[in-house]
Design a protein around this ligand. Structure first.
Ligand code: ZN
Length: 319
């Protein structure tokens, strides 16, 4: 299928550029198909326990794929999933991957007040640490739901002992995004860095290059071109993400969804696993913590962009 915006056309710009020796961050948001924010209007949280879970087998497939490629990754895991599938958490840790937090109940940070957000991230961190036996240092907000209106959430993450967040997508999108946020890792609070999902700067705009639905929508060559460009032109590690349900074309269809949601969720599910195999072979991949938290603290590239002066909105309820 053809996408309208088509960076692949210019992929030949960089054909002979050798793959730079940059390690990119491979991240998996561990949640099941019925927990996706876009499907929230169609499945109540209270109904989650009645759904047929597929996350265990999908994560197992991912672990096997990573093992075949000798790749270690970061798994931003939902507390709700960890609570129900402790062996899944232990497998992730036992195989050398980084266990990180995706919060507990997949509620967008932008829809919670400070106290509720704190409760959600503390609950997930403690649960994951108890099950995994490792300190949880990373957090990714559901649907990249930290942005201009709720930057206080970063302070909460620092206060609750997180070392990094990967919760801001510096793009314009109808559900999330903060297009003027720094594109690369930068310090956002005492002891906390934000490591945004990857974008490519083209024509004065940030294009999403970090995976997710765009990886399924665009031809593989386009995704490869975007990541190569970040490595070669920006000399930065890319941060790429996908979900276990994205390699599962047989997942149950959620009834009643509107056409746009349906398209975004189901497009090219059958192609994703094959594309991921290529992606793992075409680049060098690693864990978030090993790439971005390595000593000396926050040297390259994390200090490349120092904090944009951000408005302090201490009280979200008033904004
Ligand atoms: Zn999520």
């Amino acid at each position: 299928m053809r996408a309208t915006v088509h960076p692949a056309r210019t992929a030949d710009d960089l054909p002979r550029m050798p793959a730079p020796a940059i390690t990119n961050a491979l991240t998996i948001d561990v949640e099941d198909y019925f927990q996706v924010s876009a499907l929230a209007p169609y499945i109540a949280r209270s109904g989650w326990d009645a759904q047929a879970c597929r996350v265990e087998r999908n994560v197992e497939r991912i672990l096997q794929m990573l093992a075949r490629h000798g790749v270690r990754a970061t798994f931003f895991t939902l507390g709700w999933i960890a609570e129900r599938y402790p062996p899944l958490v232990r497998s992730i840790v036992a195989q050398g991957h980084e266990l990180a937090s995706h919060g507990h109940a997949h509620e967008r940070a932008s829809e919670l007040d400070r106290a509720a957000f704190r409760q959600d991230v503390e609950r997930a961190k403690k649960l994951l640490e108890d099950l995994g036996g490792r300190e949880v240092r990373g957090y990714r907000a559901p649907s990249f739901s930290i942005g201009r209106a709720n930057l206080w959430a970063l302070d909460v993450l620092a206060e609750t002992g997180h070392r990094y967040s990967s919760s801001i997508y510096p793009i314009a999108h109808d559900h999330y995004g903060m297009p003027d946020a720094p594109r690369f890792a930068h310090r956002v609070a005492e002891g906390l860095i934000e490591i945004p999902a990857t974008t490519v700067r083209l024509g004065g705009r940030n294009l999403p290059a970090g995976g997710g639905g765009y990886f399924r929508l665009l031809p593989y060559a386009a995704s490869r071109w975007l990541i190569r460009r970040v490595n070669a032109v920006d000399a930065q590690s890319a941060v790429f993400y996908f979900h276990p349900w994205e390699i599962d074309p047989a997942q149950p269809r959620v009834p009643g969804t509107d056409a746009k949601t349906r398209f975004r969720h189901y497009v090219n599910l059958g192609r994703t696993e094959g594309r991921l195999e290529r992606l793992l072979g075409d680049f060098r991949w690693g864990r978030m913590d090993e790439i971005f938290l390595a000593a000396p603290a926050l040297s390259s590239p994390a200090t490349a962009v120092l904090p944009a002066s951000r408005p302090r909105r201490a009280d979200p309820q008033t904004s």
